[in-house]
Design a protein around this ligand. Structure first.
Ligand code: UD1
Ligand code: CA
Length: 475
């Protein structure tokens, strides 16, 4: 199919009153991504971004900045007077710019996010094959309440008579089972001819795009319906509870896809895995794990319960013990993390390295085979290979004004409870004695001690007790 004759309009200007939320509806997230981004991704399978027109209005700037990286075009609907009014703005956009509109216009709803590219292609194909002026994507859900209903000319016919909104259904039409998905394909000139004749004489006092169906039929044009393969993919999200249903459906699909690729996910219904996440075969994901954003996990890993991994890359054969939190981290092959390790942005953990419990890292390179196993803060540091960082070590990277770097050479041993005051360099092979506060650079192969000498007073305790008793003796 030649899709170059298709442009796409995405209706995304509405407020989403029924959500009772300050955030514009199309920026609410499912599967870790704004509804509108899901719809744009599907649209991009049919047309390039220059041919995709997002109709924005409510909080237009916020919506625009959330999606403009996709390169789509924007049409402003300053006042939101209904879906028909939204398309009137698209018509006005073309004439204002003196642009010739595409021959056919695929219209998508910004709040119908599970739509698949395959389905969009099949609507376009049916539309061309049927020589239709309007092709409507429909479905038959178990409960059609709230949706507009598509009334066919007669049962089994592809031809449609009208779309009737929920509030305008006559009592005998209330049971009509086939819903309008809010996704359509139009011959653009047929749509544009009738848009200006829409009226607001209806329950919501809005210009309904759906009224165009009956107008086209009255003008002798062909209007057809095509049913979606699955009901879920055309469900809209008008209320938060509906959105969470779509979120669960999307995550379920993601988990199933990963399992089909050889990933073991115990109790997948307890895990939260975003759509773009990649996981290698033979990796095991335990219950209550979250893998979010642009995360890639290699094969043969084990991610234990309660770990939350965001925008991170994990190599092969890595063990994440329980409760690790990773954000913007890069973990090398065979590393062992946790339990309760906190890797913040810029953490680069080498192959076979260990980052143990209650260790926090930020903007750190920890070399291959190095270990920081207990209660440590490593920030703004470059740490070599084979380094042992003792329990409770802290890189003091911040003096209240500036951040400075700690450099630690290969095979250094940093004794427990040491503080390394940056900027500072510890040369390779050196030892830092436990409990040191290191403020001066340490050359390679040296022992650095930065603590006061211990004094021990033998017999001090009993002497003190004896003097205290003498004072309190009755006279
Ligand atoms: C619409 C359809 C209904 C269909 C349902 C499917 C109409 C009149 N009704 O109803 O038949 O069953 O979708 O989900 O079209 N929008 C604008 N500008 C506006 C108003 C809305 O851009 O002035 C956008 C919204 O942001 C939203 C989409 O259009 O993304 C649909 O609007 P909404 O108010 O949710 O329509 P529904 O009542 O769901
Ligand atoms: Ca809707």
């Amino acid at each position: 199919m030649d899709t170059s004759m298709f442009g796409i309009a995405i209706m995304a200007a509405g407020k989403g009153t029924r959500l009772k939320s300050k955030r514009p509806k199309v920026l609410h997230e499912i599967g870790g991504q704004a509804l509108l981004l899901h719809v744009i991704a599907a649209a991009e399978s049919v047309a390039p971004p220059e041919q995709i027109f997002c109709i924005i209005g409510h909080e237009a700037e916020r919506v625009k900045s959330a999606v403009e990286a996709t390169g789509v075009q924007f049409v402003l609907q300053a006042e939101q007077r209904g879906t028909g009014h939204a398309l009137q703005q698209v018509k006005a956009h073309f004439s204002a710019k003196g642009q010739i509109p595409p021959e056919h216009l695929l219209v998508l709803s910004g709040d119908v996010p599970l739509i698949r590219p395959e389905t969009l292609h099949s609507i376009c194909e049916t539309h061309l094959h049927e020589h239709a002026a309007m092709t409507i994507l429909t479905a038959v859900p178990s409960d059609p309440t709230g949706y507009g209903r598509v009334l066919r000319v007669r049962e089994g016919s592809p031809e449609v008579q009208a779309i009737v909104e929920q509030k305008s259904l006559r009592p005998d039409q209330l049971g009509a089972p086939e819903i309008n998905s809010g996704i359509y394909c139009f011959r653009t000139n047929a749509l544009f001819t009738h848009l200006d004749s829409l009226s607001t004489n209806n329950a919501h006092g809005e210009y309904y795009l759906t009224d165009v169906a009956a107008m086209l039929v009255a003008a002798g044009e062909r209007v057809v319906a095509v049913q979606a393969a699955s009901v879920d993919e055309v469900l809209g999200a008008n209320m938060i509870a509906e959105m969470m249903y779509l979120d669960a459906a999307m995550r379920d699909a993601t988990a199933r896809k990963l399992m089909a690729q050889g990933v073991t996910i115990f109790r997948p219904e307890t895990c939260v895995i975003d759509a773009a996440v990649e996981v290698g075969a033979d990796t095991v994901v335990e219950p209550f794990v979250q893998l979010l954003g642009n995360t890639k996990v290699g094969s043969d890993c084990r991610i234990r319960s309660y770990s939350v991994v965001q925008d991170s890359t994990i190599g092969e054969g890595v063990l994440l013990r329980n409760g690790c939190v990773l954000d913007g981290a890069d973990v090398g092959v065979g590393a062992v993390l946790g339990p309760y390790a906190h890797l913040r942005p810029g953490s680069r953990i080498g192959a076979g390295a260990h980052v143990g419990n209650f260790v926090e890292t930020k903007n750190v390179k920890l070399g291959d085979g190095s270990k920081a196993n207990h209660l440590t803060y490593l920030g703004d540091a470059v740490i070599g290979e084979g380094v042992n960082v003792g329990a409770g070590v802290i890189t003091c990277n911040y003096d209240g004004v500036r951040k400075s770097t700690t450099a630690i050479g290969d095979n250094v041993f940093v004794g427990s409870d040491s503080t390394l005051v940056a900027p500072i360099t510890i040369g390779h092979g050196s030892y830092v004695a436990a409990g040191s506060c290191i403020t001066e650079d340490v050359p390679p192969d040296s022992l650095a001690l930065g603590r006061s000498r211990q004094t021990t007073k033998q017999g001090w305790v009993s002497a003190r007790k004896a003097s205290a008793t003498a004072k309190h003796e009755p006279r």
